[in-house]
Design a protein around this ligand. Structure first.
Ligand code: ATP
Length: 144
């Protein structure tokens, strides 16, 4: 049974024909991951992802790419409780490079693919970034 559900996105910035840069956030718990957060009552996944991106980064112009909808699952300990979590991630392009962090994070980075792969903390997030890059390449939106 899932205890927590979050939604977020692999957010990327790309000048014409340049290599995409992916947005990573440094969580206070220490890990680097994508913008995401809890889905609130009455919201669908995309609405939650849009809101979380806005709250966590100040970015309001996200354009979701059709058909990219992936899920990662993990468990973590919260005191004595084992929390089973599910996170749905979209792929979204922004034309904004400026990031305004909330108190929830201690840093951010725009990273090209290889550096983003190094910096992401968890294997499942790295796999997801690979899938996002494949998606962009298959649709000729990015060639690297
Ligand atoms: P949200 O951004 O969804 O509100 P949060 O900031 O409350 O989430 P998480 O990012 O889910 O919390 O982190 C909670 C715990 O789960 C941390 O201890 C973290 O190390 C661990 N964790 C986060 N992401 C993953 C992952 N992809 N795989 C395994 N463990 C993870």
């Amino acid at each position: 049974m899932v205890d927590e559900r979050s939604a977020g996105a692999v957010v990327f910035y790309m000048e014409d024909n340049a290599e995409p840069e992916y947005l990573l956030l440094h969580y206070t718990a220490g890990h680097w991951d994508f913008p995401k957060g809890n889905i609130e009552a009455g919201e669908n996944e995309k609405q939650a992802a849009t809101r979380e991106i806005r709250e966590e980064t100040g970015i309001t112009d996200v354009e979701f790419l059709d058909g990219f909808h992936m899920k990662i699952e993990y468990k973590y300990r919260h005191g004595k409780r084992l929390v089973q979590k599910e996170v749905v991630l979209f792929l979204a392009r922004t034309r904004t490079h400026q990031v305004t962090l909330s108190h929830e994070h201690i840093g951010f980075a725009w990273r090209k693919f290889d550096d983003a792969m190094q910096q992401l903390s968890f294997r499942n997030a790295k796999n997801l970034l690979s899938a996002a890059r494949d998606y962009l390449q298959k649709r000729s939106l990015a060639y690297r």
